[in-house]
Write a protein that binds this ligand. Structure first.
Ligand code: DGJ
Length: 643
């Protein structure tokens, strides 16, 4: 519920309240965010921020109106640079007439209850009220809208910002974050998640001392180096006790979050698109919309806050048709065969797995063109008839006849220089014309900011989906971006790629609503709420070692529900670490999410086969709990449970 008298704004979810007000100068001052409070007649005297400008060298925002208000010493709902706030701000604009100095004052507000627009960027669905605050710099003719969207039952607020250029000269948006939250420090510790390939989501904990903490990705994608998810918690908060905030971003590109603590105890939290190499030009009447940031709070520890976030992801991010849809047990041939397979080999893998209870067979990399290793073929999606004489149609039929669904791997965003596509369209690959591009896994990325590339991908995937009965797609992407092109609007490049990717995913998932899309990017290299808006589950890591996976999965579970985590039991010795582990242990870890297998059942010992069958039966019996159960009890914490 959102209410306002035009001066005080109160946003209530089931358990939380968020309050701010307009100062007489036109600035918005933040007053409260925490467990729900009841406010009568808009009287916020008890919580209203008492501002004091700390005189001395302070820059006073508008001395003639409020001689106590310096932007540097107030909790602001929205801040901008060059008017006395020397902390980092969520916005940086530049135009020939204004330079870098703009001044935004409150103008009006509206409360809406319509669904959010998700045409360009993914947006959460089934929202409650949306509050829009209109701010304006009437001299420089720039407007800013702050959007607050309430998800009452989930106790989550989503925020974004829209910048509109009403002037006739170009406006350069150099930094446009999705949210700012000013708080008073209460011994806060920052928890974020860092790593790399096959080593995702390692917890990093940092007790805040004055300074700026940045966590960001510059790989072009959300990345396994630093996930956009982060938490702020009292230093003594635990699973069931203490104040915990969780923040995330519905975006798959370069992200940027900063937490700044001043020596006076003011704390600013911001998150959004990374300003790295970002320069978005707005001509007259053009606007820029940021992706949604989402956040929640609980005074009942990590479990309280994450059960809010899990609920939000399951109910408002995952497409409604997949909400609570039980997901199939998978058998995937990747670690069983890599590129070396024939139709009869994969049919045998599928048949045996079916006897053990698998429900969906996924044919991984290597089914097209000359792709017999990772150096060739990406971009050319003609079927390799040597491996699959009956084509995908024939294989899908045989798999369906066994009573299983059929799924297929794709890596449509990439191209090998050794491919027909690259020969025909070298200009579609991301590279600077002056320099030889750097390869990763022998491949380049296609420029998804280009509509022709988007259409090529949509057309090719559609052709294959129309030809065979394919009910699942594993959408892979195996590199970071490099070699930005030397084109005039290169400051828009990273963001336009992601908008193009979203157009492709939106088109295909709408056209084939029955197909279950699983996100994959070398495992967790693009595990984020943007991808989850189209793909309800994501392959969590290329590391299938159950021991290592404990901390990886536990990391994800701070902000992503089990229904989004795709985990496989693989063979022993493990292919990444050579560790040996029992079939029970491998299963016990993989079952916390969407269960799959990547091994040859017939190569297991008799004991392992018996165990395997029993455990898949257990999984199916309690599948709703494994996939959608609430992690609200201490004993469900994977990591502590295993130790
Ligand atoms: C990376 C993925 O994460 C793996 O599961 C597998 O699909 C390979 N790519 C195939 O090239």
């Amino acid at each position: 519920m959102t209410i306002s008298n035009g001066e005080v704004f109160i946003l209530n979810t089931k358990d939380l309240s968020y309050v701010f007000h307009v100062d007489k100068t036109g600035l918005l001052l933040h007053d409260f965010f925490g467990s729900r409070i009841e406010i009568k007649d808009f009287n916020i005297d008890a919580i209203k921020q008492k501002v004091s400008c700390q005189k001395g060298t302070s820059t006073i925002y508008k001395e003639e109106i409020n001689d106590q208000l310096s932007m540097d010493y107030a909790l602001l709902e929205f801040s901008f640079p060059h008017k006395g706030d020397y902390k980092n701000t969520p916005i940086l604009l530049k135009s020939d007439s204004a330079g870098y100095t703009f001044d935004f004052s409150y103008k009006s507000y509206e409360i809406k209850k319509s669904p959010l627009d998700n045409q360009e960027l993914p947006a959460p669905h089934d929202n409650d009220e949306e509050l829009v605050i209109h701010l304006e710099d009437s001299v420089n003719r720039v407007k800013v809208e702050l959007h607050y969207v309430i998800f009452e039952e989930a106790n989550v607020i989503a925020r974004n910002m829209v910048i509109v250029n009403e002037g006739n000269a170009p406006l350069h948006v150099l930094k446009a974050l999705s949210m700012q939250l000013d708080l008073v420090n209460r011994d806060f510790e920052l928890k974020n998640f860092v790593g790399g390939w096959a080593s995702e989501m390692n917890e990093a904990n940092q007790l805040l001392v004055p300074g700026v903490y940045v966590h960001e990705s510059k790989t072009g994608f959300s990345s396994h180096k630093v996930n956009p998810l982060f938490l702020l918690k009292n230093k003594d908060a635990s699973l069931d006790y203490g104040d915990v905030y969780i923040f995330n971003l519905i975006y798959s590109g370069n992200h940027f979050s900063e937490v700044e603590l001043t020596p006076y105890g003011y704390l600013r939290v911001e998150t959004g698109i990374n300003p790295f190499c970002f320069d978005f030009e707005l001509k007259e009447n053009e606007s820029f919309k940021t992706p949604y940031a989402v956040f929640t709070f609980s005074d009942k520890g990590i479990n309280g806050a994450r059960s809010n976030m899990h609920k939000f992801v399951n109910e408002h991010v995952i497409a409604s048709r997949w909400k609570e849809a039980l997901r199939p047990v998978v058998i995937n041939n990747w670690e069983a065969t890599y590129f070396k397979f024939t139709e009869s080999k994969v049919i045998n893998i599928a048949r045996k797995a079916k006897e053990f209870g698998a429900e969906l067979f996924v044919l991984d990399d290597g089914w097209f063109s000359t792709r017999n290793d990772d150096s060739h073929g990406l971009g050319d999606y003609w079927i390799n008839k040597k491996k699959l004489p009956g084509g995908l149609k024939g294989l899908a039929k045989k798999v369906n006849k066994m009573g299983m669904k059929f799924g297929l791997w794709f890596e449509p965003e990439s191209v090998n220089p050794q491919s027909d596509l690259y020969k025909a369209h070298p200009e579609w690959a991301i590279k600077s014309e002056n320099l030889a591009p750097s390869l990763a896994r022998h491949q380049l990325l296609l420029n998804l900011g280009n509509k022709d590339v988007q259409d090529y991908i949509i057309e090719n995937i559609s052709k294959i989906l129309d030809e065979a009965n394919i009910e699942y797609i594993k959408w892979d992407m195996n590199r970071h971006m490099s070699d930005l092109p030397n084109t005039p609007n290169v400051g828009e490049f990273y963001h336009r790629y992601i908008l193009g990717l979203y157009r492709v995913l939106r088109t295909l998932t709408e056209k084939y609503p029955h197909v279950l899309f699983e996100g994959c990017a070398s495992g967790g290299n693009r595990f984020d709420l943007g991808i989850l808006s189209y793909c309800p589950q994501i392959w969590a890591s290329d590391d299938t070692d159950a021991h290592e996976r404990l901390s990886i999965q536990n990391g994800y579970l701070y902000g992503y529900p089990q229904s989004t985590l795709s985990n496989h039991v693989s063979s022993t010795h493990n292919h990444q670490t050579l560790r040996e582990m029992s079939i029970d242990t491998r299963y016990n870890v993989a079952c916390f999410g969407i269960l799959g297998y990547e091994l040859i059942f017939s190569e297991m010992s008799k004991f392992e086969r018996q165990q395997c069958k029993k455990l898949i039966e257990v999984y199916k019996k309690y599948r709703d709990v494994f996939q959608f159960g609430e992690l609200s009890k201490r004993e469900y914490s994977l990591y502590s449970w295993a130790r």
